[in-house]
Write a protein that binds this ligand. Structure first.
Ligand SMILES: O=C(O)CCC(=O)C(=O)O
Length: 263
């Protein structure tokens, strides 16, 4: 898998880069996997049904152990080696998968947020946001370039309906990105199925509603590097991994997070 040094440098400097066509040959299988998940959601499914009666935003996590297409993506696609190169890591470990399907007309605006404070892991990281349908720029993922370096402690995580994720927390409120749009570099692209937006867990991102007449199916896969450390969040993180017995700050090593590259 060819990825240019310029793309790696761009990712490290700006916390986000688009990679064209890298997962194109995986789209059909992933789409089947998404259909399986939607037909039989996991206990972690968290979908949003907008109050305005528009179509739902389906979300589910951590399905790779039961969905063959997701396992094939994790273990047989270039994702793991790409992740290692982008992170500047000798290894890459799979963290989790996330299915995000905005049905045609779904009015949910994914609010600006960083993923890092939701997760039970810290260290070098990358998410691959991979659409399985064409997504026009006006309704595609938006990422604030450079925001992965804004605040080392992270901004307050909220559910996509605006409620706080943790009962109490010390996080700072996220800045009003929309109010500063003109002064920021916000990256978004017209996406084809199998293109991917690679972004750091700390990069601030959001996504518009699906105002189109077509479904927007996305498969996100999340990866961490050799410096990854466990952060104890109990049942409150998202996704929750309440059964993990790792000590706070311990190397991030457990069977549900397979070391895929550099093993
Ligand atoms: O697809 C979306 O609407 C949001 C995606 C997102 O927040 C993520 O992949 O972390």
């Amino acid at each position: 898998m060819i990825i240019s040094d310029a793309a790696i440098e761009d990712f490290q400097k700006n916390g986000v880069v688009v990679l064209r066509g890298v997962f194109r040959d995986r789209v059909a299988a992933l789409a089947q996997g998404v259909a399986q998940v939607m037909a039989h959601p996991s206990p972690l499914e968290r979908s949003y049904q907008p109050k305005d009666g528009s179509a739902p935003f389906f979300q589910d996590y951590c399905n790779w152990q039961r969905i063959a297409a997701f396992r094939a993506f994790i273990f047989d696609s270039p994702a793991a080696s790409l992740a290692a190169r982008l992170m500047g890591s000798t290894t890459s470990r799979f963290f989790h998968d996330h299915v995000l399907v905005k049905a045609a007309g779904n009015s949910t605006v994914t609010p600006w947020h960083q993923d890092q404070p939701y997760y039970c892991v810290e260290g070098s990281s990358v998410s691959f946001w991979t659409p399985l349908d064409p997504v026009a720029k006006y309704m595609s993922l938006e990422c604030v370039a450079g925001s992965h370096r804004w605040n080392a402690s992270g901004y307050r995580p909220k559910r996509f309906d605006g409620t706080s994720l943790y009962a109490t927390d010390d996080f700072e409120e996220i800045p009003d990105i929309d109010a500063q749009r003109e002064h920021l570099t916000i990256r978004a692209w017209d996406m084809e199925p199998g293109d991917t937006v690679a972004f750091d867990f700390r990069t601030i991102h959001g996504a518009p509603a699906n105002t189109s007449a077509a479904v927007r199916r996305v498969f996100s896969s999340r990866w961490v590097g050799s410096d990854a450390r466990f952060v104890r969040r109990g049942a409150s993180g998202s996704p929750p991994f309440p059964h993990l017995t790792l000590a706070d700050g311990a190397p991030f090593d457990a069977p549900e997070f397979p070391l895929v590259f550099g093993a």
